[in-house]
Design a protein around this ligand. Sequence first.
Ligand SMILES: [Zn+2]
Length: 95
Amino acid sequence: MSMSSQGKEGNYILVVDRSYPFFKDRKIIVMTEDKREEIRVPDGLIVCDICNAEIVDEKVMLLCFEDHIWGVICKRCRENYYPDFEVRVKKEIEK
Ligand SMILES: [Zn+2]
């Protein structure tokens, strides 16, 4: 396994299908001056957690730090901010 220059073992991009359970019942948190609001994201709508661009591809990239999913990342943000992160494709879970 090659180590990237940003090089930590648990940091990588995980590629999953849109049907991945992570995308079910998502909420985004909107902070305004005096309150914090949770907005439910409709199933089927996937947006980049960095730039809020809608992701329409069948495969979606998740940004992972230390083996924990941080959030969704679009291609452009990956290229801009995390070009050295290893890309791993999640194998389908056997049923
Ligand atoms: Zn983005």
